[in-house]
Design a protein around this ligand. Structure first.
Ligand code: HEC
Length: 123
């Protein structure tokens, strides 16, 4: 008996560890997708009537950008947006193309213009 039964136990333990690891990856993915969906829903709410494009922009920002760039544009996962580093074109390009791990095309058209205007108004 000595030595022989060890291998199956070790293999089972290893499989278990792999499974935990694999499942935690799946969990992370699901979390990410849900967050994106929630963001999209909030973005739709932002299509209420706003007289002032900056107010629309602020609402879009809170729904679509604040989770990564901070409620006060102070930064988080993404860089701070109150640093004066970004002009309108850079912001619109970032929204469209999604640099790095930022999702592309979170908003477009009027909402994209409005959120850029809002960010610039805070700089
Ligand atoms: C999921 C997180 C996330 C969300 C949501 C997000 N961003 Fe970003 N953003 C990032 C990250 C990360 C970077 C840095 C990307 C890089 O350069 O690697 C970034 C970079 C930027 C930049 C700088 C681009 C450059 O050229 O350096 C701007 C401007 C920007 N984001 C604006 C926005 C706006 C506006 C929104 C909302 C419509 C938004 N982001 C939503 C994560 C996010």
């Amino acid at each position: 008996m000595r030595g022989a039964p060890l291998f199956p136990f070790a293999a089972t333990a290893l499989l278990g560890l792999l499974l935990v690891f694999a499942l935690s990856l799946v969990g992370l993915n699901i979390g990410g997708e849900e967050a994106a969906e929630n963001n999209a829903e909030e973005g739709n709410n932002a299509e209420q009537e706003f007289d002032d494009p900056i107010e629309l922009g602020e609402s879009v920002y809170e729904g679509q950008c604040a989770s990564c760039h901070g409620g006060e544009l102070e930064g988080g996962t993404g860089p701070a947006l109150d640093s004066g580093d970004y002009d309108e074109e850079t912001i619109l390009t970032a929204i469209e193309e999604g640099p790095g791990s930022m999702p592309a095309g979170l908003v477009d058209g009027e909402e994209a213009d409005a959120v850029a205007e809002f960010i610039l108004s805070e700089n």
